[in-house]
Design a protein around this ligand. Structure first.
Ligand SMILES: Cc1ncc(COP(=O)(O)O)c(C=O)c1O
Ligand SMILES: Nc1c(O)cccc1C(=O)C[C@H](N)C(=O)O
Length: 393
């Protein structure tokens, strides 16, 4: 056993989250793609089977009330809220992240009020956020200014309505300074909208603590909600009375079953809803969130950093350039390595039982989900990567 393997075995033996691995359906592949699609929690199949057979099959329409389907978006929002540092009543689950980006950004610009006609956006953002920010700017008459997140504090000024920023960059795994950027935007009188897709479930976010205005995120990565599971929208409590959604569907009406022609928004997080929720995915997510019972997100963060530290150390001699910062304060829960022929290298890794992914143009991405990734997995992934590179050279 190498020194690294011995250390990994010791870290696994001392890991307070080690027992959580059994809560997931896993095999002997090393699964390092939970930053794209989280593994299946064992609590999900039985729950989904019951929703289909009993709630839908037997109760049918009665389930909207008797099985709590109608209120699932806000109930599950409250269930997810502690993971992103939000008190109850501010998070609603539904729609995709893309759709929630539109609600949040247009909502933020409307909250910023007259005379503010500039929207800042993270220039390295995940594409969907950029496309939707562009459309949101057109819809509201704002000018869009793409910037590096680190330049946002200096750029925010009296014309700035809001900024849309990714908490963790999907490609590099860089963690951006949510408290600092949010405070700088507030000092300029602007609002902060954060995309939490790559941070929720991997590290403490602290939405309430840092006064974030609006936030969105998906639930199929570190929250393990399943393919296409619904996203969420956070609207800070004091903004809710003035939150003016660009998608005011009947589900966010004060009296949805009044079927009235005039729109009167509901109070609270419900105001972020649009149309009929996707109940099967939503209730699968609710079951998936059970694995978080008793889990402290600071423990998750400590393990995440230890996993990525070990992987960076174990791959340091392979001649690949890490895009992921070495400073803990700047790192999410993935490691991105620049690699010639990255697509082919990843294909080879997958065929040898190590699943990460490849992002254009030359990035190998490895996501570390602390609830089910072991330190021994990290060692094996680094060893197999070394073998693949060696065989290709
Ligand atoms: C940062 C970020 N935003 C948004 C999305 C996509 O959102 P949607 O679920 O709408 O496809 C992703 C991943 O797909 C992402 O990584
Ligand atoms: N949402 C995805 C999908 O529907 C298919 C494949 C991948 C995804 C992803 O989530 C990609 C991911 N957001 C990324 O960071 O690249």
């Amino acid at each position: 056993m190498s020194e690294l393997q011995e250390r990994a075995a010791e870290l696994d033996a001392a890991d307070p989250l080690a027992g959580k691995r059994d809560a997931f359906v896993l095999d002997d592949t090393v699964y390092l793609d939970g930053n794209s699609l989280g593994a299946l929690p064992r609590s999900v199949p039985g729950r989904v089977a019951d929703v289909i057979a009993r709630e839908w099959g037997e109760l049918r329409i009665r389930s909207w009330t008797e099985s709590g389907w109608w209120t699932a978006p806000e109930r599950i929002g409250d269930r997810a809220a502690p993971l992103i540092g939000a008190a109850p009543g501010q998070v609603v689950v539904g729609d995709s992240t893309s759709v929630n980006v539109l609600k949040a950004v247009v909502g933020a610009i409307r909250l910023a009020g007259e005379g503010r006609d500039e929207l800042l956006v993270d220039e390295s953002t995940f594409p969907t956020d950029g496309y939707i920010a562009t459309s949101a700017a057109r819809l509201t008459g704002c000018t869009l200014r793409p910037l590096a997140p680190a330049d946002i504090p200096a750029a925010a000024g009296p014309r700035t309505a809001a900024a849309l920023v990714n908490h963790v960059d999907y490609r590099s795994g860089r963690l951006h300074d949510l408290p600092g950027i949010t405070a700088a935007l507030h000092a300029a009188g602007a609002l902060a909208v954060w995309d939490l897709c790559h941070s929720a479930g991997a590290l403490p976010v602290g939405l309430d603590e840092h006064g974030v205005d609006l936030a969105v995120g998906c639930t199929y990565k570190f929250l393990n909600g399943g393919p296409g599971s619904p996203a969420y929208l956070y609207v800070r409590r004091d903004h809710q009375p003035r939150f003016d959604s660009p998608l005011p569907g009947w589900n966010s009406h004060q009296d949805p079953f009044g079927m009235r022609p005039d729109y009167e928004p509901a109070d609270g997080a419900v105001r972020g809803r649009v149309g009929t929720p996707d109940i099967l995915s939503m209730l699968a997510l609710e079951a998936a969130l059970e694995v978080w019972d008793g889990v402290d997100i600071t423990t998750v963060r400590a393990k995440s950093l230890a996993l990525t530290d070990l992987f960076l150390e174990a791959t340091a001699g392979l001649g690949l350039e890490p895009l992921t910062p070495s400073a803990h304060a700047e790192r999410g829960s993935q490691v991105a390595l620049r690699c010639p022929d990255a697509g082919k290298v990843m294909g080879e890794l997958i065929s040898r039982g190590v699943v990460g992914d490849f992002r254009e143009p030359d990035v190998l991405r490895f996501g570390f989900t602390p609830l089910y990734t072991s330190f021994t997995d990290v060692c094996r992934a680094a060893r197999v990567l070394g073998e693949v590179l060696n065989d290709r050279s």
